[in-house]
Write a protein that binds this ligand. Structure first.
Ligand SMILES: [Fe+2]
Length: 494
């Protein structure tokens, strides 16, 4: 492996840091690498062609007040495959906030666990306001550019998906009318090349939907009026519709009136779903369902008169505080919302009947899991398989990967092993594939026992046999949140 250290970003974090989400598998990276012809254990298939991108939260300064991992600066990791060869790059996303804090050599904005008025700067981003847009949550490739995004809304930063060069921001986003910008989880329709985006905030109408053409023009935007400020995290789409949500976990309105942004679950308030025509015609259709909170949807599609939506139903969106421990006193409190086993997130299906207005819903599995991925070529259309992550109890870490066959209910699981944590694992179609699961699964690991990171490649038709190839990265990388796969056919020419 020829690895070249391109740059080391200055960090002011203490060497003896003890924060549970800035140490161990969440130890931030500061080095930016270029590495070509990575060492491979096993054999990389020559019909695996494209790039796997993963965004991670990498703080470089002590926070003002308490740190939450969703506050960390975005660092994008890219591994590109062609002809059985793999090359890797990683770069901080040089957001406006990151650059300002590099210049100041300290944090300038408070994170989600502290008050906006404690920020050192009056300006800022996010639905809350006076936050840093860290662009560290999600990544999608659209119109040949990787676009990173932030869970509390902000700008979309553009990077070359392979070289990670950073030309700036998605220009069309300046026309999007949401005052907070665009949320994490823009959705790509691979069949049309369109990107569907949403943005939410504290100002009426509280939610906006946007449709962006394959060549990067904001074709239309639509207002989706909500009863008040809400915290939608993800959206879904079908061939003709966008599916947005108004779920009963949002900033407590009484506290919000005092300037306090405290999310609260309202168990007596129904979940509501908005079904909006992508072509901009017709009214917003609303459907009600059992109260819950859902971080991520798996897919949606049309089935006769119904819109079908799969996602992860949280059976306990507001888990009780656990006993505090001496080593990590905050793990029992605020960080319990990061623990899938506490939230009891399980696959679930909603069916919205466009003729009768009725909702039906049913569980799809007893297993606690989240972060589901599908073959992107069937996004918005009926899917058979999802690839979901299981969580390490007590932590925001993934200890295993599940292939879930929705037709048979069969679940196959691969466990990463003791002290090894995977990342969100997308499906990479085999070049020339015809079947939905004819391809590969690609993930990064953080291996605490061996103090290294690898990219694992699985045959998606047989995950229980373990990876068919392991690719060693230049150094151990921090855990993070979202990822995506982009086939070579959707990458810019080199
Ligand atoms: Fe997310």
């Amino acid at each position: 492996m020829a690895a070249t250290l391109r740059h080391t970003v200055h960090s002011t974090l203490p060497a003896d840091d003890t924060h549970p989400y800035r140490t161990g598998p969440w130890r931030p990276n500061v080095n930016e690498w270029d590495a070509d012809h990575l060492e491979v254990e096993g054999e990389l298939p020559t019909d695996l062609s494209g790039v796997y991108l993963r965004n991670t939260e990498n703080p470089v300064h002590p926070s003002i007040g308490r740190y939450h991992p969703f506050d960390g600066d975005g660092m994008l990791h890219s591994i590109a495959f062609h002809d059985g060869i793999a090359g890797y790059r990683n770069r901080f996303v040089r957001t406006d906030g990151f650059l300002a804090e590099q210049e100041a050599a300290e944090a300038l904005w408070t994170g989600m666990l502290d008050l906006p008025e404690h920020s050192k700067r009056e300006d800022g981003w996010g639905a809350r306001g006076r936050m840093k847009d860290a662009s560290s949550t999600d990544v999608v490739v659209h119109n040949g550019q990787a676009l990173t995004s932030f869970w509390q809304c902000g700008d979309l930063y553009a990077l070359d998906p392979v070289t990670l060069e950073q030309p700036g921001k998605a220009a069309w986003a300046a026309d999007f009318p949401s005052p907070t910008g665009i949320s994490a989880h823009p959705k790509l329709d691979e069949r049309t090349g369109e990107l569907l985006v949403f943005g939410y905030g504290k100002e009426w109408p509280y939610l906006h939907l946007g449709i962006v053409s394959a060549d990067g023009v904001l074709e239309r935007s639509m207002e989706v009026e909500l009863p008040g400020p809400r915290l939608p995290h993800d959206m879904a789409f079908t061939e003709h519709y966008a599916v947005l949500n108004d779920l009963p976990l949002f900033w407590d309105p009484d506290l919000l009136a005092q300037g306090i942004h405290l999310p609260r679950f309202f168990p007596d308030v129904p979940s509501r779903f908005a079904i909006v025509r992508r072509d901009g015609t017709g009214e917003v259709r609303w459907f009600e369902a059992d109260p819950t909170y859902v971080l991520h949807w798996i897919n949606a599609y049309e089935d006769g008169d119904e819109v079908v939506l799969d996602g992860f139903f949280q059976h306990d969106p507001s888990p009780r505080k656990r006993e505090a421990t001496d080593t990590h006193p905050h793990m029992a409190s605020v960080y319990r919302y990061l623990d899938l086993s506490q939230l009891q997130a399980r696959p679930h299906r909603w069916r919205f009947n466009l003729v009768t207005g009725e909702t039906r819903e049913e569980p799809l599995s007893d297993r606690i899991m989240e972060f589901g991925m599908i073959n992107g070529q069937v996004a918005g259309r009926p899917h058979r398989y999802s690839y979901d992550m299981t969580g390490a109890p007590g932590w925001f870490l993934f200890d295993g990967l599940v292939k879930h066959d929705l037709h048979t209910g069969r679940e196959e699981r691969y466990a990463f092993g003791e002290g090894v944590f995977g990342s969100e694992t997308p499906f990479a179609p085999r070049v020339g594939a015809t079947a939905e699961d004819d391809g590969y699964l690609v993930t990064f690991t953080t291996d605490m026992g061996r103090d290294c990171s690898e990219c694992l490649v699985f045959d998606a038709t047989d995950i229980t046999s373990g990876p068919i190839a392991r690719v060693r990265l230049p150094e151990r990388i921090s855990s993070g949140t979202h990822s995506c796969w982009t086939p070579s056919s959707a990458l810019p020419p080199t």
